[in-house]
Design a protein around this ligand. Structure first.
Ligand code: PHE
Length: 681
């Protein structure tokens, strides 16, 4: 069923779309986010929550974003508008936060360009890399090079660090040229920007694995600390990481799918993208830890031992201090550094331009203005806002803004809003049928339950959890403040950006556009007018309200029984409301708004109850002092099993997807031939 009057531009091929989406998903987050979180939260044990999150939340939500984008053939804001006129702000909110990401993401690419330049200079001049050094002092040297010399050293243009500014402009120019011609060209460029970093990553992994001592590093990566699984924070970070890594909630995947050919597969593509993203993260971790293990061995041999855990440092420290230091210990260090930073650039650039594309498509769809005008203006605004990150406090601003975007009011809230809005206020079956009609394999009814119940409860818990942390900070007088009570500027700027993003989203959705001609048609497809089952809906609402009352009573009286009764009532309400939506949401009727309200109240109640249980659990686990894991010089038997299981899972998963694609293509071929045969005849 075609919704649009005009044919939208499309990706050149299925491969072009899959690679572009993989390009967006696989980014800097895979290389420093995943390995570091795995190392910090239980090694191999972290894989359990991660894989659960990937399959129960990541892939189903990816399918949701793909099907909405493909169904409406519109970028996020307009896509949500087609569900309901009043919901356009949900799309804008995600897109605007996406814009906030592209104000700082290219700054990290700028660092990579500089480090690439340094590696090239070292290759040609034969001088050692500027961050090279020996022993523990060497690590300090690498750290000083990044944090002091590079980030805050001399060479200022006004308040801005000249070199970084130049590289930032270079990053934007590169992004501009990747997308200025539209998605068709993007579909071709990604044939380079996705396989290339994979090849380099494999080269780095093989190099790492052939170093003596590599197993020592891998032991830190993979040896499982099962006690971490009892800590709710481990689960929290696993779910957050999956979300960021799959580029969910910022309208990117939705926009990319809007350019898909009408007949293109949705479900299988989402599964392939999810598994490919996981595989990249996992192999990235192997490359990093094996190399650091090799470094530990080399420094020990040289009589100035640097143990593995002494260099591992999260965030930028991993990519710009620990790993470059480890590479600097290898023969041919400058070449390896060049490969690594070039890999980071190619990994990051397609993630960066995917967000630019989503903002661009949002504005173009809304206003009808030309890409050739909006893109340069957007790039200039992007560089202008990015100036904040090339000042002396740039990295601290970057970290804070990143924390806000990926925190309470960013990813968690928008993802939650997306699922609630689409699960409870649109006809999910329309989207599921739309996806199934053209996909290599079909989604069952479980998908509706996942989007409507499971994911909102999980994201709701994560959201309330972050809110709880913020409230605790506020109570301790630490929210947006330094220890001495003065205002922490970077936090205030981050908070200000979040408020402005929200206001801007509402303003953008209020602004009327001449391009909303067709919205009525799709709105009708998603929401029929007449409503039914009013009394059951009211009943659901009342029970959900009672459950919330019980929760409040449980909080004031600290009685566990009340808490569990509240959960039990809310679960019953949720199931009842879900069944009502499943049964009565069809072409001729829709369940009354009370059923939706009851369901949403129940979700809020369950999330709050689960949060309280998890917080109590966290306190108990924290009280029990767990011994830090002792790592042997070689990989333990369990770690080998984990390694084997993950590889089998990836190979089987991808193999199954490709097999489904091949069998579906074989089935469709005769059908596709028919019209041609007719015209030939
Ligand atoms: N998924 C990208 C990464 O892992 C980051 C990203 C987030 C890209 C959101 C687009 C949108 O680095």
């Amino acid at each position: 069923m075609e919704l649009l009057e005009e044919q939208r531009e499309t990706w050149g091929s299925r491969g072009g779309f899959v690679l572009a989406a993989v390009g967006s998903a696989v980014g800097l987050g895979n290389l420093w986010g995943f390995p570091y979180k795995l190392y910090s939260y239980g090694g191999g044990a972290f894989l359990i929550p991660y894989i659960v999150a990937m399959f129960c939340i990541g892939i189903p939500m990816l399918i949701l974003e793909f099907s909405l984008g493909h169904f409406t053939q519109r970028a996020a804001p307009d896509a949500f508008r087609r569900v309901n006129k009043r919901l356009e702000f949900v799309g804008w909110w995600g897109v605007i936060l996406g814009f906030v990401i592209i104000t700082y993401y290219p700054t990290i690419l700028a660092y990579c360009f500089s480090y690439m330049g340094d590696s090239l200079v070292s290759i040609f001049s034969g001088n050692p890399l500027p961050w090279a050094g020996e022993g523990i002092e060497g690590v300090e040297n690498a750290s000083n090079y990044f944090f002091k010399d590079y980030l805050t050293g001399g060479g200022y243009i006004g308040p801005f660090r000249g070199e970084i500014l130049l590289m930032l402009i270079l990053a934007w120019v590169a992004m501009y040229f990747c997308i200025f011609r539209g998605v068709n060209l993007v579909g071709k460029i990604v044939w380079l920007t996705v396989p290339l970093p994979w090849i380099m990553l494999l080269i780095l992994a093989v190099r790492g694995l052939t170093l003596e001592g590599c197993m020592k590093g891998l032991a830190f990566y993979l040896d499982p600390d099962w006690t971490q699984l009892a800590k709710p924070t481990t689960w929290r970070f696993a779910f957050g990481q999956v979300f960021f890594s799959l580029s969910l909630a910022f309208g990117v995947m939705l926009t990319y799918a809007s350019f898909l050919h009408r007949k293109s597969d949705i479900n299988n593509n989402a599964a392939i993208i999810g598994i490919a993203d996981f595989a990249t993260s996992f192999i990235g971790g192997i490359a990093i830890f094996a190399t650091i293990g090799g470094m530990a061995h080399i420094t020990a041999q040289a009589g100035q031992p640097v143990p593995v855990n002494e260099v591992i440092n999260g965030g930028p420290g991993l990519a710009f201090v620990a790993f470059p230091y480890a590479l600097a210990q290898l023969p041919g260090a400058a070449w390896w550094s060049l490969i690594f930073f070039f890999m980071l650039v190619t990994l990051g650039i397609d993630s960066a331009f995917s967000i630019t594309e989503s903002v661009l498509a949002g504005i173009v769809d809304k206003t009808g203005w030309r890409r050739s005008i909006v893109l340069p203006v957007m790039s200039i605004v992007g560089i202008g806002t990015g100036l904040m990150y090339v000042t002396i406090d740039g990295l601290s601003f970057l970290g804070t803004v990143d924390g806000f975007v990926n925190g309470t009011w960013g990813i968690a809230f928008i993802g939650l809003l997306e699922c609630v809005v689409l699960g409870w206020f649109s006809r999910l079956d329309v989207l599921r049928d739309h996806a199934n009609e053209r996909s290599d394999w079909h989604l069952g009814r479980w998908w509706n339950a996942a989007i409507r119940i499971v994911i909102p409860v999980v994201l709701g818990t994560l959201f309330f959890w972050s809110l709880y942390d913020n409230i605790a900070q506020f109570k301790a007088g630490e929210f947006l403040r330094n220890a001495d009570g003065t205002c922490r500027i970077s936090d205030c700027v981050g908070m200000g950006i979040m408020v402005v993003a929200c206001l801007l989203a509402v303003m953008m959705s209020l602004f009327r556009s001449p391009h909303h001609k067709t919205e009525k048609q799709s709105a009708k497809l998603l929401r029929p007018e007449s409503s039914t089952a009013r009394s059951s809906g009211i009943f659901g609402c009342v029970i959900a309200a009672v459950a919330l009352g019980l929760f409040i009573a449980a909080m004031t009286s600290e009685q566990a029984v009340l808490l569990y009764s509240s959960i039990a009532l809310a679960v019953a309400t949720l199931v009842m409301c879900h069944v009502m939506l499943e049964r009565f949401d069809n072409d001729s009727m829709r369940p009354s708004g009370f059923a939706r309200a009851g369901g949403i109240l129940a979700i809020a109640d369950i999330s709050l109850c689960v949060l309280i249980i998890l917080i109590n659990l966290s306190k108990k686990v924290a009280d029990k002092q767990t011994k830090p894991l002792e790592h042997a010089d070689t990989l333990s038997g369990t770690s080998y099993i984990i390694l084997g299981v993950v590889f089998v899972l990836i190979v089987l998963g991808l193999g199954w997807c490709f097999w489904k694609a091949i069998t579906a293509a074989a089935k469709n071929e005769p059908e596709q031939l028919q019209p041609e045969e007719k015209s030939l005849g």
